[in-house]
Design a protein around this ligand. Sequence first.
Ligand SMILES: Nc1ncnc2c1ncn2[C@@H]1O[C@H](COP(=O)(O)OP(=O)(O)O)[C@@H](O)[C@H]1O
Ligand SMILES: [Mg+2]
Length: 273
Amino acid sequence: MIALVIQPSSEADLEEPILEVEGLSVVRSGKLVIQDIDLTILKGEFVGIVGPNGSGKTTLLLSILGILNADSGQIKIYGSKPMSKNLDGKISWVSQAASNLPSDLRLTVRELVELGTLNRSNMFSRRRDKQQVDQAIEMVGLKDVENTDIGRLSGGQRQRAVIGRALASKAEFILLDEPLVGIDRESRSSLLKLLDDLCHDADKTILMVSHDLAAIRQTAHRMIYLEETIKFDGDTSIFPDLTELAELRGIKPVHDEVHGHHHHSHKGAGEDL
Ligand SMILES: Nc1ncnc2c1ncn2[C@@H]1O[C@H](COP(=O)(O)OP(=O)(O)O)[C@@H](O)[C@H]1O
Ligand SMILES: [Mg+2]
């Protein structure tokens, strides 16, 4: 098996690591799902993870969140183990399910975003940071529908509302699992733009899973190809094209020129992995 791993660009080298994963393997129902993952993400990075169905993307996110236990290896977020108390409020998770919230759910956009301000320390104090909520709603562009039930929003608006909830929490590290599913092309672009702005202007760090290669490649600075192990990790501009991906996946014999720095202009639309 061949692996192509390129270090993140050197300009970020001195930045603070937000996530450090070392030698991570995770077993689910007796099956080795991810194997020997090494991954460091620095503050302000926007990292996209792609890979085919069942390749362990969600498993990796759930392990980072501390929902699943490592079989071996270790994970540190801001230097602490997943689920450590001092990580409270620093991490947020946005799932695909966000766009599938039940349509009879009676909750306004504003109320949903307000939920993001709840955490262990203020759960019972009923303290509400109005400004924080206003700002989050503003950032995701839902001011004009803030009092609308989320059940009446489009898929794209709903996904924005859930991202708004994450922003209201002031989380610095945002993990998104397939946030583009069920969202039309136009909303996708503006959602990706929003995420990109968050990295650049609001100092967020983003790790986003998607099987929509074309969409994620438009925005992520760095791409990871995961299929049980990390088979590519590097700058988006040198992400392999589909033929090379097939080679990485062992579908075709590999020439040993993969360490060269190719610059691909190939940007086909709607390549689903
Ligand atoms: N709850 C579970 N119990 C056992 N195995 C699971 C469970 N969920 C997923 N798996 C297995 O783990 C592998 C990776 O799944 P997952 O991380 O969800 O992949 P992806 O998100 O890349 O589609 C798959 O082979 C899947 O069958
Ligand atoms: Mg998944």
